[in-house]
Ligand binder design. Structure first.
Ligand SMILES: CC(C)(COP(=O)(O)OP(=O)(O)OC[C@H]1O[C@@H](n2cnc3c(N)ncnc32)[C@H](O)[C@@H]1OP(=O)(O)O)[C@@H](O)C(=O)NCCC(=O)NCCS
Length: 222
């Protein structure tokens, strides 16, 4: 299903059969470009690989994720946004799984997202029992700074609205994605400074380069 066509960029629902190109796209333009992965020495894209593939495929089957292709570059995949349905039961299960994960890069990042989601107290604060939750968003490096993020976000919000979700939530690890969200009218309902997120020995776990100082939970009523 096509959601938008502007200047040769087509945005449509992500299909299960796209995973073969989406997976390497995430390796090349997401995992090591998003602030928690910048400079990472571990190969996060290979960690818990079979399980992660299964999780992504099941999320994709929900039909709430989108992809952008550029006709001007032989239909190159230029952007992705992976999103899923969230409710208190799903969140509890995910947080339990995150708590039980080993402390590899994937586990550390899932644990931080879980803490930030818990602290944000989303269901009570926003008075909803379900919402559309953004898991990952990224743009091809050759297309960055051209506003594609804004187009992807707009399509995702419209998709969420059309599927009856009352709320959209993104846990934004990047200064740029949070700023872009707020420019689009989303509200930051909670934030966690990376400098204050520490392990048992009081050492910071993530030290992304400036301007990525906080993980921010951004929200939009749909
Ligand atoms: C964050 C991201 C999705 C933004 O996508 P985008 O389509 O470039 O977004 P925008 O065009 O709105 O640009 C956002 C800002 O990125 C910065 N930017 C511009 N060109 C850039 C480039 N070539 N490389 C990196 N950042 C650039 C600019 O500061 C820009 O702000 P501006 O509009 O004031 O110039 C993209 O940089 C990305 O994929 N990053 C890696 C994955 C990631 O961090 N995802 C978000 C995690 S929650």
């Amino acid at each position: 299903m096509i959601l938008s066509q502007i200047n040769g960029i087509t945005i449509r629902i992500l299909k299960e059969s796209d995973y073969g190109i989406v997976k390497p796209f995430m390796r090349d333009y997401f995992h090591y470009d998003e602030p928690m992965g910048i400079g990472l020495q571990e190969q996060i894209h290979l960690q818990n690989e079979a399980e992660v593939d299964k999780e992504y495929l099941s999320v994709i089957r929900q039909g709430l994720s989108i992809v952008a292709f550029d006709e001007n570059s032989k239909n190159l995949l230029v952007g992705i946004a992976v999103a899923e349905k969230m409710d208190p039961n799903i969140m509890e299960k995910q947080h339990k799984e995150a708590a039980e994960m080993e402390s590899n890069a994937l586990g550390r990042s899932r644990k931080m997202v879980a803490k930030v989601e818990r602290d944000a107290n989303i269901f009570e604060r926003c008075g909803v029992s379900t919402y559309l939750s953004l898991i990952a968003i990224s743009v091809h490096s050759s297309m960055r700074g051209k506003g594609l993020l804004g187009q992807l976000s707009m399509c995702l919000l419209n998709l969420g609205r059309s599927r009856g979700f009352p709320l959209f939530i993104g846990c934004s690890s990047s200064y740029y994605s949070a700023r872009s969200a707020m420019k689009q009218g989303l509200e930051c309902i909670h934030s966690q400074a990376y400098a204050d997120y520490k392990d048992d020995q009081g050492r910071t776990i993530f030290n992304p380069p400036a301007p990525h100082t906080h993980m921010r939970v951004v929200a939009a009523k749909l």
